[in-house]
Design a protein around this ligand. Structure first.
Ligand SMILES: NC(=O)C1=CN([C@@H]2O[C@H](COP(=O)(O)OP(=O)(O)OC[C@H]3O[C@@H](n4cnc5c(N)ncnc54)[C@H](OP(=O)(O)O)[C@@H]3O)[C@@H](O)[C@H]2O)C=CC1
Ligand SMILES: O=C(O)C1=N[C@H](C(=O)O)C[C@H](O)C1
Length: 272
C-alpha cells in the first residue's frame, strides 16, 4: 500500500473533490496522501473521510500546498481557475504530475499553465471521461466530412451550481468541430444570441448553455442541414466517470516527464 503512488486532491470538499476521495479510497492503484482546501475552510484540520460522514482515511485537510505537494506523486485539481494557476506554480516547483479538470480559464491563466508545463507534467482536459473524449474525435471527423451547408450548434446542460459557460466540454467539442473544418474556433464561435441577431452566419459554431437542478453534464453537437440533421450526444449520469479518468491520467503521467498533455494522450485516442 505504501508503495502506491500518493495523490493529493485539491478542493476536497467540492463535488469532484468528494468523488475523488471515494475513487481513491476504493483504488488498488493509488492512495490519497493529502487533501487541500482554501484557507479558512471549515474542513481544514479534519479527516476528509470523517468530514464526508464515513471512516477516517488517515489524512488531514490543509491549506499548505507546498508541504502536501512535496510528499506527492501527483495532484488532482478540480477547483477554480484562480486556485488552479496557483497550484500549477507549486506543482512546477515540485516537478509533479498535475491533473487539471478545472474549467473556465481565460487566456492569461492558460498561459500560466503552459509555463508550468515546462517543469511539471500537466494533463488538462475540460472533460476527463472516455465517452466525451471519443465524442471529440468523432466531432472532428464528422465536421471534416461535411461542408458549411451543415450548421454546427453545440448545446450543453449542467446543474444549477455551475459557474462557467460554455462548459469546458462544449469548448473542446467546438474546437474539434472548427479544426475539422479547417477553421479557428475564436473566429467562428457565436456564444450569445439575443434580440434582433440577424440571420445565422454561414460557418458559425453556436453555443447554448442550460443550467438547472442536478444535471451532471449533457452535450449535443448538432449538424443541421437542409432536410436532415445529425446529432452526436454524450450524457453523463455519474461524476465517477470524471474521477476515474483523472486518476487514470495521474497514473499515466508517472515517468512521462514535463509537458502539456490531455486525455487524448492518456486514452490513446489520437489515431481515431
Ligand atoms: N474536466 C472534467 O472532467 C470536469 C471538470 N469539472 C470542473 O471542475 C471544477 C470544480 O467543479 P465542482 O467540483 O463541481 O465544483 P465545487 O464548487 O463543488 O468544488 C470546487 C472546490 O474547490 C474549492 N476551492 C476554491 N478555491 C480553492 C482554493 N484556493 N484552494 C483549494 N480549494 C479551493 C471550493 O471550496 P469553496 O466551495 O469553499 O469555495 C470547492 O470545495 C469546475 O471548474 C468544473 O467545471 C467538473 C467536473 C468534471
Ligand atoms: O462543472 C461541471 O459539473 C462539469 N464541468 C465540466 C465542463 O465544464 O465541461 C465537465 C462536465 O461536463 C461537468
Amino acid at each position: 500500500m505504501a508503495d502506491l503512488p500518493g495523490i493529493v486532491v485539491t478542493g476536497v470538499s467540492g463535488r469532484m473533490g468528494r468523488m475523488l476521495v471515494e475513487t481513491l479510497r476504493d483504488s488498488a492503484q493509488a492512495r490519497l496522501i493529502g487533501a487541500l482546501e482554501r484557507p479558512g475552510h471549515d474542513w481544514i484540520g479534519r479527516d476528509p473521510g470523517e468530514a464526508m460522514g464515513g471512516a477516517a482515511l488517515g489524512v488531514t485537510v490543509t491549506d499548505d500546498a507546498l508541504e502536501a505537494f512535496a510528499r506527492a506523486h501527483a495532484v488532482i485539481d478540480f477547483t477554480t481557475p484562480e486556485a488552479t494557476v496557483g497550484y500549477a506554480d507549486i506543482a512546477a516547483q515540485a516537478r509533479l504530475v498535475h491533473v487539471i479538470g478545472t474549467t473556465g480559464m481565460d487566456e492569461a491563466q492558460l498561459a500560466r499553465i503552459k509555463a508550468a508545463a515546462r517543469h511539471a507534467t500537466v494533463i488538462r482536459a475540460g472533460n476527463m471521461s472516455l465517452g466525451v473524449n471519443l465524442l471529440v474525435q468523432l466531432t472532428r471527423r464528422v465536421a471534416a466530412a461535411l461542408d458549411a451547408d451543415f450548421d454546427i450548434e453545440i448545446v450543453e446542460a449542467h446543474h444549477r451550481h455551475k459557474v462557467d459557460a460554455p462548459s469546458g466540454t462544449a469548448l473542446m467539442l467546438g474546437a474539434a468541430a472548427a479544426e475539422g473544418r479547417g477553421a479557428i474556433l475564436s473566429e467562428v464561435a457565436d456564444r450569445a444570441r439575443d434580440g434582433m441577431t440577424g440571420a445565422r452566419e454561414r460557418g458559425a459554431i453556436g453555443f447554448h448553455a442550460l443550467r438547472g437542478g442536478d444535471i451532471v453534464g449533457e452535450h449535443d453537437v448538432i449538424f443541421a442541414g437542409e432536410g436532415e440533421r445529425i446529432v452526436l450526444r454524450h450524457v453523463a449520469t455519474d461524476r465517477a466517470i470524471f474521477a476515474r479518468g483523472a486518476l487514470k491520467a495521474a497514473l499515466w503521467g508517472q515517468g512521462q516527464g514535463p509537458g502539456a498533455f490531455d486525455m487524448v494522450d492518456v486514452l490513446g485516442l489520437s489515431g481515431l
